[in-house]
Design a protein around this ligand. Structure first.
Ligand SMILES: [Mn+2]
Length: 341
């Protein structure tokens, strides 16, 4: 990571001056980093006596509910559930932080309202290709672990003192985005972690909340998928398809399948792994790859998506891309074969 640009810090300082109603926005299907960067920022803003609302396009999954306490819940708006008040909050904000996404389009149904909201928008993100014109000020860095880490360094540059709650949220976001220091970890990442430990963050508590608090159905579904669902093609592409019937029979909810896509990478011959989850009119696609193979390119070329080099996502629509959900396996085998030609 490069040092935070002093001019940008000054500009942020002056944007913050006099603001009272601040809204943070993050991406659809919020993950630990989306929630952690939002709560970290909002927690710090509240410690300054400002009003800070965290806005998400759709609900925070049950598996991440531990990250929000009562105050966080009272100041959290979900656009898909409280559309009018979420949109009003954005229009009435006097500053908007956009966290963990590079373009308003990643907020889907919220994108137009976000673009048109009159308040200055500050981006803090770690994805490639930020849409710079959509923001007044961009802190965008790809050689960093997570948006949570970049929030930490931006706040550090401002001389911020982090409340323990905000510090814990940022540590949690970084921990989930790096799979507990397993990927995308830079010298700055360990430095941040070290500083947060000194601040008193309970890392073991975070790890237990992340890894030891799932419902039984997650492990049952994982076992079934690995035993019977996973296919490995001759090209070394592993894929698993969770169709609507399977999702229903296991009672799977958003968040239950977090991390599943990484599991097939444990097999030596697997170079790339895809997990498909059926939703209304499309599959949600997660892609992970090993070094030298681009999950990002595959997501962009074949699944209307993108992301990071080795961790990306997208969608596969029916009947637009494939005639029916049953055609997903054949589509994956065809396009990934082409990808490796
Ligand atoms: Mn992230």
């Amino acid at each position: 990571m490069d040092r935070i640009d002093a001019r940008k810090t000054e500009e942020l300082q002056s944007l913050l001056r006099g603001t009272e109603n601040i809204v943070t926005v993050s991406h659809t299907h919020p993950d630990g980093d989306a929630v952690g960067s939002s709560l970290g920022m909002a927690g710090w803003l509240r410690s300054l006596g400002k009003k800070a609302v965290t806005l998400f396009p759709d609900p925070v999954p049950e598996t991440l509910a531990f990250m929000l306490d009562e105050e966080d819940r009272a100041n959290c708006l979900i656009h898909s559930e409280f559309t009018a008040s979420a949109e009003a909050a954005l229009r009435q904000a006097d500053l908007i932080f956009c966290l963990d996404f590079p373009s308003p389009s990643r907020t889907e149904g919220l994108a137009e309202v976000l673009r048109q909201a009159p308040a200055p928008k500050v981006l803090i993100d770690h994805h490639p290709g930020p849409e710079e014109d959509a923001f007044r000020l961009c802190f965008s860095e790809t050689r960093i672990s997570s948006a949570s880490e970049l929030v930490f360094w931006v706040l550090d540059a401002l001389g911020a003192e982090l409340p323990l709650k905000a510090a814990t949220a940022l540590m949690t976001g970084m921990t989930t985005d790096t799979n507990n220091f397993g990927n995308s970890t830079f010298p700055s990442t360990f430095e941040m972690a070290s500083r947060l430990l000194e601040r008193g963050v309970d890392r073991e508590g975070i790890l237990s909340a992340i890894n030891q608090s799932y419902e039984e159905r997650r492990l049952r579904a994982m076992g079934m998928l690995l035993d019977r669902g996973m296919v490995i093609t001759p090209d070394g592409v592993a894929y698993m398809i969770l169709d609507a019937a399977t999702i229903r029979s296991y009672g799977l909810q958003d968040g239950d399948t977090e991390g599943f896509v990484n599991l097939p990478l444990a097999v030596r011959k697997v170079r790339m792994s895809l997990l498909l989850k059926q939703e209304e009119g499309h599959f949600r696609v997660s892609i992970r790859s090993k070094r030298g193979v681009s999950a990002n390119r595959c997501a962009q070329r074949w699944f209307h998506g993108g992301g990071h080099e080795m961790a990306a996502g997208g969608k596969l629509f029916f009947p637009e891309d494939i005639p029916s959900p049953e055609g997903a396996a054949a589509y994956i085998e065809k396009v990934t074969h082409e990808e490796f030609l």
